[in-house]
Design a protein around this ligand. Sequence first.
Ligand code: HPA
Length: 238
Amino acid sequence: MATPHIAAEKGDFAKTVLMPGDPLRAKFIAEKYLENPVLVNNVRGIQGYTGTYKGVKVSVMASGMGMPSMAIYSYELFKEFDVENIIRIGTAGAFSDELRLKDVVVGMGTCTNSNFASQYHLAGTFAPIASYKLLKTADQVAEKLGIPLHIGNILSEDNFYHDDPNVNEGWIKMGVLAVEMEAAALYMNAARLHKNALAICTISDHLTRHEYATTEERRTAYTQMMEIALGMAVELDA
Ligand code: HPA
């Protein structure tokens, strides 16, 4: 049955959904990699496609930008469409000196400045973590493809622009690798609904070295991340 933000039927989505932030990226992935892709959602232009990859049913749908948007779509996919695995494939800004543009970072855990966890009324601070099953699968698939991964803590922030120019320093001191804007909400929805989630991010900019990937560099780097996520969908179906 349709939900407020997804006009599809149960069964329209695969067990595993890849989620880029950008709807046009969802369309690109569907057209480039999936056989027989069918548009299953287009409410608010949040394009969702289901097709097959190496014979396995796979969906790809955009999350939009930021935790509120990711939270809405991931919640509805998990809760109403029987989705088991959501793999975010996005970009992140690097904090760590060890990271280079186009590197692939996997969020083993997420820090956040969002208040999203307050809804659970916990007697302390919740630690949003990746699903170990998905993390292990990503590691195995990346190794097979010869793509090095940087696995560690990432930051999911509510704001892209900051009033305080030194806002990143504390996170850098704590060894946080990179910053993006969606993973923490995805990990908390997965935890609450007993589902699986993982965020894979390509470094599009370096926040201390002030480097920015070119459009062409972003395109090729993104390809590596997509191939890891698609390979995971195949492994998770086995
Ligand atoms: N901040 C948040 N999200 C991002 C960034 C950033 O600097 N770069 C890519 N995604």
